[in-house]
Design a binder for this molecule. Structure first.
Ligand code: MN
Length: 390
């Protein structure tokens, strides 16, 4: 049962999920909850952070980026505020026992080690950082069992599945069906995708999100990451996780049971709803968020994803089956390739090519430690950067 009284740290507080989390916390606090914000963190957005500090008076903040940290120190002086720096700062906060809950909205692989520290210090986690489970799902699962902590997903699909599974027996599940909007290129040809601009790739039809996840949605790697995330969150066999394209993003995901019944969770696409559920699960609290008007939707469409066009999803399905250190390779290559695309250094269609090349040249192993995952991640990043940064 989620406790209505929490002391939280919010990692990645200035991003899209972070800002929405604070709105949800305000709303819960005016509805009988007592959630205090102990720590906030940002990578570079120090002015947004300063505004949050004024409003929430946290005990401390972490600024990941070096230059941003120095700029913050010279620009702001909040009495009694502890200001920590870099990954070291995140690790230190994650470990402290003056709070009991972590909302992890960090981007990419950087979310992994703080998550582990938080679990090892017995915190429950609301997890928006899907890469954590993708690269180290096996390690995370065994740690949450060992330390008796829980992970509540902040991802519309996984929140939907969690809601559909309430009161159900796992043995009665036939399959999980994750819905995917298909992103901005659903109806584009591969040839058109080749010449796409950064701007086109960043214009998602249904969701307003950070840059990394928006590009992942355009390549459909986001759905690939989510399939792997679902496997670990719900302890589900790979063959029982399917994806269906649903361009309206009204059904957030579904569960099919052995008797042929299907449960779906629906709603207006608004991340505040799954964020709130991660904090109230398995209970619910009334909210002022947009409500569904069925008469406004004349149809809900579904189609099969085109794996030849969306190669990233195909790659993720293969990686899901193979497991081992492949997910870490796929994730690292994807993070760097997305960054190279955003910087104008590669074409959109080179993203899956880079990932595939690195997977093909990797010796996969099922016998790995956290250190191996960290080592694999940095090795793949450096390898790609050496090639593309002349
Ligand atoms: Mn999602």
């Amino acid at each position: 049962m989620n406790n209505p009284s929490k002391k939280i740290s919010l990692f990645g507080s200035t991003g899209s999920i972070g800002c929405n989390s604070l709105i949800v916390i305000d709303s819960l606090n005016s509805n009988g909850y007592d959630i205090s914000v102990k720590y906030l963190t940002t990578n570079t957005k120090i002015d947004i952070l300063a505004g949050q500090i004024k409003k929430y008076s946290p005990a401390g903040v972490v600024i990941q980026d070096n230059d941003a940290y120095n700029e913050f120190r010279s620009k702001y002086d909040f009495k009694g505020l502890e200001v920590l720096q870099g990954k070291k700062g995140l690790m230190e906060i994650a470990e402290r026992d003056d709070h009991d809950f972590l909302i992890n909205a960090l981007v990419g692989f950087s979310g992994l080690e703080p998550t582990i520290k938080a679990i090892q210090s017995n915190k429950d986690i609301a997890l928006a950082n899907k890469e954590t489970l993708v690269v180290a799902g096996k390690i995370i699962t065994s740690l949450t069992n060992k330390f008796n902590t829980r992970i509540f997903p902040i991802d519309s699909e996984h929140s939907a599945i969690l809601q559909c599974l309430q009161g159900e027996d796992k043995k009665n599940i036939r399959r999980l069906i994750l819905t995917a909007s298909g992103g901005p290129f659903l109806n584009k040809t591969t040839e058109e995708m080749k010449n796409t601009s950064v701007e086109d790739a960043l214009s998602h039809p249904n969701w307003k999100m950070g840059k990394k996840i928006t590009i992942d949605s355009a390549t459909m790697m986001n759905k690939g990451l989510e399939v792997i995330e679902a496997k670990w969150l719900f302890d589900m066999e790979s063959e029982k996780i399917d994806v269906v394209i649903h361009p309206e993003s009204i059904i957030h995901s579904m569960v099919e049971f052995i008797d042929g019944s299907i449960k779906a969770q629906l709603g207006i696409p608004d991340m505040k709803i799954p964020i709130q559920y991660s904090l109230t699960h398995p209970g619910r609290i009334s909210s002022g968020y947009p409500k569904m008007d069925f008469t406004k939707f004349s149809s809900l469409r579904f189609e099969e994803p085109d794996l030849e066009k969306f190669k990233c999803l195909k790659i993720a399905y293969e990686v899901l089956k193979e497991e081992g250190t492949y997910p870490a390779v796929m994730n690292a290559a994807n993070e760097i390739a997305v960054d190279l695309f955003l910087k104008g250094k590669i074409r959109f269609t080179e993203i899956p090519e880079i990932i595939e090349y690195n997977l093909n040249n990797h010796n996969n192993t099922d016998d790995y430690s956290l250190e191996d995952i960290i080592e694999t991640d940095s090795q793949i990043r450096n390898q790609i950067l050496r090639k593309y940064n002349d």
